[in-house]
Write a protein that binds this ligand. Structure first.
Ligand code: SF4
Length: 215
């Protein structure tokens, strides 16, 4: 029997979503900003916004001196635009003042940046730098809960230590980026909150929550 990770990776190869930030060639600044916006946000809503944001503010220096009203206007389609705009400027300012306008490459300094949470920091390190890191958003946490029969997390997922540690224990040793993308996509597209599409799920076999038996 193939492993959990094998099935996620295989499914992602044929059914995974394509986004501009999953293509090679982005700078570390572009990748970090993308992951910050993706936290707690639908990925398809981020596509036009990140494009406009990076066109106007292509690096930390430009964003550090951004006009707040312009930044808010760009971020408006994502919601929480005032909060996000007020957070992104200090984030860029700290990159400039503490890191020479570069993005740190380790978890601790990333988490010390304004508005960079556990999801964005780990996603950046995994997808941007190829580090073997768990990437857990609400969709992934729900999928793991269902498949493995875990007790659902309460409160902020950021602090759901058991979920992060469990997700880390499942990481494959190879293809970790494709695995994490696969999990994000399966959680968003198949293991949906109200109506999981278990018939289309590559994880039916062995899932403690599957609503349809394997064929
Ligand atoms: S089989 Fe159903 S409940 Fe289990 S992981 Fe797949 S979609 Fe979710």
């Amino acid at each position: 029997m193939t492993t959990f990770a094998d099935r996620v990776i295989a499914w992602g190869r044929t059914h995974g979503r394509r986004f501009p930030w999953r293509e090679p060639g982005l700078s570390t600044f572009e990748l970090l900003l993308t992951e910050v916006l993706l936290a707690r946000t639908r990925a398809d809503a981020v596509v036009p916004v990140i494009d406009a944001l990076l066109t106007r503010f292509p690096d930390a220096t430009a964003l550090a001196t951004a006009d707040l009203a312009i930044l808010e206007a760009i971020l408006t389609p994502l919601g929480l635009f005032r909060k996000r705009a007020r957070a992104l400027i200090p984030l860029a300012q700290k990159l400039v003042s503490h890191h020479g306008s570069h993005v740190p490459q380790a978890l601790e300094p990333l988490l010390e940046l304004p508005y960079v949470g556990r999801y964005a920091a780990n996603a950046y390190l995994c997808f941007g730098l190829g580090q073997r890191r768990p990437v857990v958003d609400a969709n992934v946490a729900r999928l793991l809960d269902r498949y493995w029969g875990l007790t659902p997390w309460k409160g902020k997922l950021e602090h759901a230590e058991a979920h992060w540690q469990f997700a880390e224990s499942l990481l494959p040793w190879q293809d970790v980026q494709r695995y994490n993308w696969g999990l994000l996509d399966l959680g968003a597209l198949v293991c949906k909150p109200r109506t999981p599409d278990c018939r289309a799920c590559p994880l039916r076999e062995g899932c403690k929550h599957a609503s349809a038996p394997p064929e």
